[in-house]
Design a protein around this ligand. Sequence first.
Ligand SMILES: Nc1ncnc2c1ncn2[C@@H]1O[C@H](COP(=O)(O)OP(=O)(O)OP(=O)(O)O)[C@@H](O)[C@H]1O
Ligand SMILES: [Mg+2]
Length: 149
Amino acid sequence: MNYKITSNSDMDTIELAQNIESEKFANMVICLEGDLGSGKTLFTKAFAKSLGIEENITSPTFNIIKEYEGEMRLFHMDVYRLSEVKEDIGISEYFKKGGITIIEWADLIEDIKPQNRLDIKIKIIGENKRIFSITPHGEEYEDLCERVL
Ligand SMILES: Nc1ncnc2c1ncn2[C@@H]1O[C@H](COP(=O)(O)OP(=O)(O)OP(=O)(O)O)[C@@H](O)[C@H]1O
Ligand SMILES: [Mg+2]
């Protein structure tokens, strides 16, 4: 199953993130893909806010992983520069810490992605227009999509 959702504004993308957040569960993993400026961080910020995180979310491009405390713990990853990191930062360990993981540029770590996850590909159509292509992998993600998309 694949869901195509058109976003015509920041607000549409924020609402989409809020809807998905409303169905959160422990060890949820969201893999974001899309060009520079497509809205991966905007989506994550809205998800974090909905999760009750007051702290400002900034792109963790240089530290790869940032951790936030909300109704559940959020691990925000941006793996764009991962190949420049020498040490093994144990990305897959985060998938079972009971929190929620959101990964920007997840297509760069295809072999590390967990089997069960929500894939979100964002395509830039125009200045404010994006197409979100959402694919659930695993029953709990399929149920989530059926409920909120
Ligand atoms: N419909 C929309 N959905 C999401 N963002 C939008 C939309 N319309 C315009 N934008 C703008 O696009 C930009 C998205 O930036 P954002 O930092 O979220 O992208 P990104 O995918 O994280 O980029 P990067 O790859 O650099 O991390 C923001 O400035 C946002 O306001
Ligand atoms: Mg970003």
